[in-house]
Ligand binder design. Structure first.
Ligand SMILES: Nc1ncnc2c1ncn2[C@@H]1O[C@H](COP(=O)(O)OP(=O)(O)OP(=O)(O)O)[C@@H](O)[C@H]1O
Length: 221
């Protein structure tokens, strides 16, 4: 499903160049569940942003479902991103003046789904994440764990091939964090492919594959 071949990326840091992704080779199959762990500044978020086609690299190849994404234009990358990738962030990134249902509906509106189908889809996915009774609440009326469930519902509403999660439990207490990981596990059991960056050893250990990044170099445990 995903193949990274000899991917390199450098950032400019004053006069120096920082080798932030160093000859990365990685294959991810459909249905995999990977955690990426490693010290601060080792390149984990850069790798995730690259997998999410939010950022580009300087050399190498990135194949996503047989598409050579390294050969795509910015606009084509945005299309692939919208169709195939769902993102979950530490700080949820919901729109505060929209209800839970409206937040989840946004990607479907952008994809021009008609209203009746949209409402049906949104209520189905919010039920799936355990929020059937919170659909019309605003983010300010929800707990951290509930906010992350809304964000997960938004990420999966278009049934993306790949979910990328950057510290999805970073802003949650331990109980809410465990609930979110349990939800991600159940999505994975239903076939969803997930790549998650985390600092939390316990959460990371629950993934099926364990990737470690140190100074831009990837290894698998
Ligand atoms: N846009 C940028 N320009 C220059 N340097 C950058 C840029 N983005 C990140 N870096 C540097 O690249 C390195 C890797 O950053 P990255 O955010 O990928 O690390 P990380 O492993 O996710 O860290 P953390 O665990 O603290 O989030 C860091 O040294 C960072 O300072």
């Amino acid at each position: 499903m995903i193949k990274l071949q000899q991917v390199n990326k450098w950032f400019k840091s004053g006069e120096d160049r920082l080798h932030v992704l160093n000859d990365i080779n990685l294959q991810i199959d459909a249905g995999d569940y990977l955690s990426i762990m490693g010290p601060s500044g080792s390149g984990k978020s850069t790798l995730l942003n690259m997998l999410g086609l939010l950022d580009v690299f300087d050399s190498g190849e990135y194949w996503l479902n047989d598409v050579a994404t390294h050969q795509l234009s910015e606009e084509q990358r945005a299309d692939v991103r919208g169709q195939q990738i769902g993102f979950i962030f530490q700080n949820f990134q919901l729109i505060n003046r929209l209800t839970a249902a409206e937040n989840v509906a946004l990607p479907l509106m952008l994809a021009n789904m008609d209203k009746a189908e949209r409402q049906h889809t949104v209520s189905g996915v919010l039920s799936q994440v355990g929020l059937a009774d919170r659909m019309h609440h605003l983010p300010g009326q929800l707990s951290g764990g509930q906010l992350q469930r809304v964000a997960i519902a938004r990420a999966i509403v278009q049934q993306p091939a790949l979910i990328l999660a950057d510290e999805p439990t970073g802003n949650l207490d331990q109980h809410a964090g465990h609930d979110i990981i349990t939800l991600l596990e159940s999505l994975n059991q239903q076939g969803q492919t997930i790549v998650m960056v985390t600092h939390d050893q316990d959460m990371g250990a629950r993934a099926k594959r364990h990737i470690r990044m140190v100074d831009g170099v990837l290894s698998e445990e």
